[in-house]
Design a protein around this ligand. Structure first.
Ligand SMILES: *Cc1c(COP(=O)(O)O)cnc(C)c1O
Length: 488
């Protein structure tokens, strides 16, 4: 008599294997309902739904699904997955221009599948073995693109940009702040373009809001005089954060000029390039990152613009001793000559057990090759420029911030309209564009106005599709304005 339910764990795994054999090809090509295979779901065509939010009823069902109960077949659980993943925002949809869209390609999730199947422990060189070597060498190659000195620099994969920013500020603190009473004297300089993860990191590190000093536009002259003034007043200018590709407009702080100020005044320069660092791999646009080689640390998000799935960021530091000072697992490491050049990853980060995130990135980069990666990044920059040209050719669209690093901010401004009306109208255009599945554009607050922001980096988007989307957006704008339902 065959057993209905496997008894031992081994029997259970054998049964699982048999199921996986039959499921995987079907899942990839056809999916569970024979229409949407993983290949399509993970890399959707333009006609797929961009945002499918769960209804109240869906939420009840999904809440119920959250709790494990009796053992189930994998097929059954996969069916449950399907109802969970059906209601989601598809950030890698070619018409998703909100946030920083995901640039994940099918190759990226295949990489995840393969790497996670082996599940290496990349905390250190013993368990990480060859994966540890790959991560160190790949990070060294990427650090050379940044322009950091190859022997002193270090790079490592982390969960994302927020973590990298946090670790960089920790390293800066530990370079300059040695006594508890000095903590309250530290100053971190940011600009209005800095990502909120910087202020968040400062807060978690115990710095007060008044210790995060915002210098509008990061004007080098103003920075220099603020630093001088702060020092004269007994404060400790600790770190300056410049942004390479701000999330709102794609703006780039004047990094070479800022770097002269920080090196002159001995302040840690951190570059938040969570979004923009990827231009370092572009043949045509790497000049946008000019000056980053002079920084002390740099954040680079692979899940932003380097085609991986989520959970993959990187931190690079000019001098690995600075990371080790903050994160080494051994407080006496600096006296240990033997280890100074051979830090383990656990000496350089918050984590001990580390997944093989760098292997996921390696797989994707290795498969795409350097030329194609560069071209795919270029494509984003060019798509946003094309979008700007289209908006300029249409009536009533005002360009509030022109295409920079693939980001563009526009506002539909018919004449004789109040500011309040224009704000409501633009929000409505964004909402209707998503409701009608035309595109996801982000309504943002820009210089006290509501405006529409588009980040266009999906290399799969064809120019003619982009033009057609923008024309449809214009039709929506005309329709919403014709109704004038929003006039007060
Ligand atoms: C996204 C982003 C971050 C935060 O990165 P996460 O990976 O989302 O934690 C930081 N800075 C900039 C400029 C970003 O665009």
């Amino acid at each position: 008599m065959t057993k209905e339910v496997p008894e031992t764990t081994e029997e259970y795994i054998e049964a699982m294997k048999a199921e996986i054999h039959t499921l995987l090809p079907r899942l990839i090509d056809h999916g569970l309902d024979d229409s949407k295979g993983l290949l399509r779901v993970a890399c959707p065509e333009g006609s797929d739904t961009i945002s499918n939010q769960p209804t109240l009823n869906d939420k009840n069902i999904i809440n119920h699904l959250a709790i494990p109960a009796h053992e189930k077949s994998i097929s059954r659980v996969l069916e449950e997955c399907s109802s969970i993943f059906d209601t989601r925002v598809v950030t890698q949809h070619p018409h998703f221009f909100s946030f920083i869209p995901s640039t994940m390609l099918p190759i990226s999730w295949v990489a995840d599948l393969v790497v996670n199947a082996f599940n290496p422990h990349v905390g250190g060189s013993f368990a990480g073995s060859s994966c540890d070597i790959i991560e160190k060498s790949l990070m060294k190659w990427l650090a050379s693109k940044v322009g950091f000195p190859p022997d002193e620099a270090a790079g490592l994969s982390v969960s994302g940009g927020s973590m990298a920013n946090f670790m960089a500020l920790t390293a800066a603190r530990d370079k300059f702040i040695h006594k508890t009473e000095d903590h309250y004297r530290a100053v971190i300089y940011v600009s209005e373009h800095s990502h909120f993860s910087i202020a968040k990191a400062a807060r978690i590190l115990g710095f007060g809001q008044h210790q995060v000093c915002q210098i509008p536009g990061h004007k080098p002259q103003e920075l220099a005089s603020s630093i001088l003034k702060d020092r004269a007043a007994g404060r400790i200018p600790m770190a300056l954060v410049a942004t390479l590709g701000s999330t709102l407009t794609g703006s780039i702080d004047p990094i070479p000029e800022i770097a002269s100020v920080t090196s002159e005044s001995d302040v840690w320069l951190h570059i938040d390039g969570a979004y923009g660092s990827s231009v370092l791999l572009s043949a045509s646009y790497s000049h946008l990152a000019k000056g980053v080689e002079q920084a002390d640390s740099l954040t680079w998000g692979a899940h932003k613009w380097l085609f991986t799935s989520y959970g993959c960021g990187m931190l690079f530091v000019r001098n690995k001793q600075c990371l080790a000072r903050s994160f080494s697992a051994h407080s006496d490491f600096l006296d240990n000559g033997g280890r100074q050049e051979n830090f383990e990853f656990w000496d350089l980060s918050l984590e001990l057990t580390r997944p093989a995130r760098a292997m996921r990135l390696w797989f994707t980069l290795r498969a795409l090759g350097t030329d194609r990666i560069g071209e795919m990044i270029d494509r984003g920059v060019e798509l946003a420029e094309e979008a700007e040209t289209v908006f300029r050719s249409l009536g009533n669209w005002k360009i509030l911030s022109g295409a920079q690093m693939a980001i563009l901010v526009v506002r539909y401004e018919p004449t004789d309209s109040s500011e309040k009306y224009l704000n409501d109208l633009n929000k409505r255009i964004g909402d209707v564009a998503l409701e009608r599945n035309v595109a996801a554009v982000q309504t943002i607050e820009f210089e006290e106005m509501l405006a529409l922001r588009l980040c266009i980096i999906n290399p799969r988007l064809a120019s003619r599709d982009l033009t057609s989307i923008l024309h449809t957006l214009d039709e929506i704008a005309i329709e919403m304005n014709a109704g004038r339902v929003l006039v007060q």
